[in-house]
Design a protein around this ligand. Structure first.
Ligand code: BJW
Ligand code: ZN
Length: 252
């Protein structure tokens, strides 16, 4: 997507490209903002997904226990919305960066549950908040890929008949331990850490920025606005990721 770039943004893009160009290992943390230009609503701020829904009504285990039908309505709406969305140039630029760096040198850590990084061709993707495209049973270990296919209002497990739930991470739940461990390792061993399209308010994901910085990585942030992570960034690129990321990759 083309958007006017200020001379300052151009300069910062050059700086970012130099840092990325000399980095041996890169990790990137993405949030809802990278999918905004694909038409997926973000969570916070004007037009945010949670408007009309209180977070605690839909994204906690307590909410699901209290009113699973409400929670499934919310998630089925979002699952249906995913059928029409496609990766944007920001997703594609990160896939191109991974290709360019080669195996073992790039890790994509995403908080997003929309599957768009994989759809863009990224291979090493750590989905630390799970995925909307999978369901799992609340009673047994059964999980299944259901992509965006329509589900009943209250879907049940074929094996044990307990309720199914989306395979995402709600507030007060632990992140998938293995995936999280890999994300921490990537943040702690990279020499360049990209923070893209996240408000950096949700932990433990937001803590990866500090973790990377304390281990010596240079931090590059891409966002429309300053965030809680900005004070830790060496370079902050204020612009849409769908324009800024391709511009960086083009300069490598
Ligand atoms: C663009 C753009 C464009 C727009 N280009 N940019 C007090 C202090 C610290 C921590 C806590 C606390 N109280 C509770 C906690 C813990 C809690 C937490 O962090 N809460 C905070 C809100 C305070 N965390 C948890 O509960 C986590 N688990 C945990 O801690 O376990 C330990 C534990 C166990 C038992 C008991 C207690 C603790 C789990 C967190 C799970 C988060 N889950 C969600 C929902 C996932 C499923 C779903 O999708 O429904 O994950 S919440 C939601 O927020 C989602 C997101 O991944 C996550 C982050 O949001 P993100 O991606 O940053 O989106 P936005 O909308 O906030 O920001 C978008 C950004 O994009 C903005 O900055 C825009 O400017 C930008 N943007 N367009 C570039 N074109
Ligand atoms: Zn089951």
């Amino acid at each position: 997507m083309d958007s006017p770039m200020t001379p300052d943004l151009h300069q910062q893009i050059e700086r970012a490209a130099r840092i990325i160009g000399r980095a041996k290992k890169i990790a990137a943390l993405t949030g809802a903002g990278i999918s905004a230009e694909s038409g997926v609503p973000t969570f916070r701020g004007a037009g945010g997904l949670w408007e009309g829904y209180r977070v605690e009504d839909v994204a906690t285990p307590a909410a699901f226990a209290r009113d699973p039908a409400l929670v499934w309505r919310f998630y089925n709406l979002r699952r249906a919305g995913l059928a029409a969305v496609r990766p944007n140039p920001g997703h594609h630029a990160l896939a191109a960066l991974e290709d360019r760096l080669g195996q073992g040198r790039f890790t994509l850590i995403t908080q997003n549950v929309d599957g768009l990084h994989r759809a863009a061709g990224s291979r090493r993707v750590l989905e630390i908040h799970g995925t909307l495209r999978r369901v799992r049973c609340t009673g047994c270990a059964w999980t299944a890929d259901r992509a965006t296919e329509a589900l009943p209002d209250l879907p049940r497990c074929g094996a044990c008949h307990e309720l199914l739930r989306p395979d995402v991470v709600w507030f007060n739940e632990l992140l998938p331990p293995d995936t999280w461990q890999q994300a921490e390792d990537a943040a702690q061993t990279c020499d360049c850490f990209l923070v893209i399209g996240t408000s950096a308010v949700v932990y433990p994901a937001a803590g990866l920025v500090e973790s990377a910085r304390l281990n010596g990585a240079e931090i590059i942030e891409v966002n429309l606005t300053a965030t809680r992570a900005s004070s830790q960034a060496d370079v902050t690129l204020l612009g849409p990721s769908g324009s800024v990321l391709p511009a960086i990759v083009q300069r490598l």
